[in-house]
Design a protein around this ligand. Structure first.
Ligand code: CAA
Ligand code: NAI
Length: 247
């Protein structure tokens, strides 16, 4: 039980990588909040979970791109579980288009969720961690934030921004007992990757030394390590998990 008694918020926890993390964290004894925009996916996730103690898992509907909604979610978590030990800023979206075709709405919506959302959740959760003198914040970046990618101006900007915020918060919060790290996955088999045209995805997989997509569980394992006491001296790092694609 590597997270016994800890309270973890997992944004975007209703599907994909976030849902794999919800299952993993519950199996390690954490109290888990699925903080997701999608109510239907949230209640389906709750139904599918096999938890010995149902009071250990909670779904809260939140739009991370909306600061009022985030503040309400954080307050609800604190009043239910008494504090926040772990924040996983995992919610994210894509709206891919070539630069010359990208609409202002596509730009704004991705910035709103992937960049503003990470700031809002951390802005409202961190004071509770500072009060406790302990905490773990894990931000989800991407290989695209490090290398850029055709058709992803908006997404690349957010995922590079997440690495910048991670390093800044590691400096600001480290001496208050809080570790802040990022995970930068390569291509992981979730609904996000299902939207990539087949030809483009095939070419991408050919470049991966392991010649396959990653699984949501393989990213959830890294979240778990960074959320547990085993990583207590890791701060400000970005862990790349991509089957060797970035070599
Ligand atoms: N590598 C090489 N060539 C590419 C390419 C790529 N990654 N993406 C597009 N192209 C090429 C196309 O093959 C095409 O070439 P031709 O003109 O010779 O046919 C040209 O660029 C234009 O592409 P489209 O015809 O597809 O143009 P479009 O305007 O219809 O669509 C697009 C553009 C929306 C960007 C579409 O190409 C696309 O969805 N590409 C994939 C983008 C991508 O990789 N997204 C990753 C999502 S997963 C994720 O984001 C998770 C993560 O963190 C890794
Ligand atoms: P997914 O699409 O399966 O899950 C994303 C979840 O976020 C969904 O449950 C969705 O409802 C939720 N969400 C979307 N907008 C939200 C909002 N405004 N407020 C609250 N919740 C919202 O995607 P996946 O693949 O699991 O992605 C998780 C994270 O991993 C994202 O940040 C993504 O950018 C990142 N990532 C994914 C990679 C991949 O290949 N799948 C690669 C690198 C990074």
């Amino acid at each position: 039980m590597r997270l016994a008694g800890k309270t973890a918020i997992i944004t975007g926890g209703a599907s994909g990588i976030g849902y794999a993390a919800v299952k993993r964290f519950l199996s390690e004894g954490a109290k888990v909040v699925i903080a997701d925009y999608n109510e239907a996916a949230g209640s389906q996730a709750l139904q599918q979970l096999e938890v010995d103690d149902e009071e250990r898992v909670l779904f809260i509907q939140v739009d991370v791109s909306n600061p009022e909604s985030v503040e309400r979610m954080i307050e609800a978590v604190v009043s239910t579980f008494g504090g926040i030990d772990i924040l996983i800023n995992n919610a994210g979206i894509t709206q891919d288009a070539m630069l010359t075709k990208m609409s202002i709405d596509q730009w704004k919506s991705v910035i709103g969720v992937n960049l503003n959302g990470v700031f809002y959740c951390t802005r409202f959760a961190a004071p509770y961690m500072v009060q406790q003198g302990k905490g773990k914040i894990i931000n989800t970046s991407s290989i695209v934030g490090v290398q850029g990618n055709i058709g992803q101006t908006n997404y690349a900007a957010t995922k590079a921004g997440v690495i910048g915020m991670t390093k800044t918060w590691a400096r600001e919060l480290g001496f208050k007992g809080i570790c802040v790290n990022a995970v930068a996955p390569g291509y992981i088999h979730t609904s996000m990757v299902d939207k990539v045209p087949e030809k483009v995805l095939e070419k991408m997989v050919e470049k991966v030394p392991l010649r396959r997509l990653g699984t949501p569980e393989e990213i959830a394992n890294a979240y778990l390590f960074l959320a547990s006491d085993e990583s207590d001296y890791i701060n400000g790092a970005t862990i790349e998990i991509n089957g060797g694609l970035s070599i």
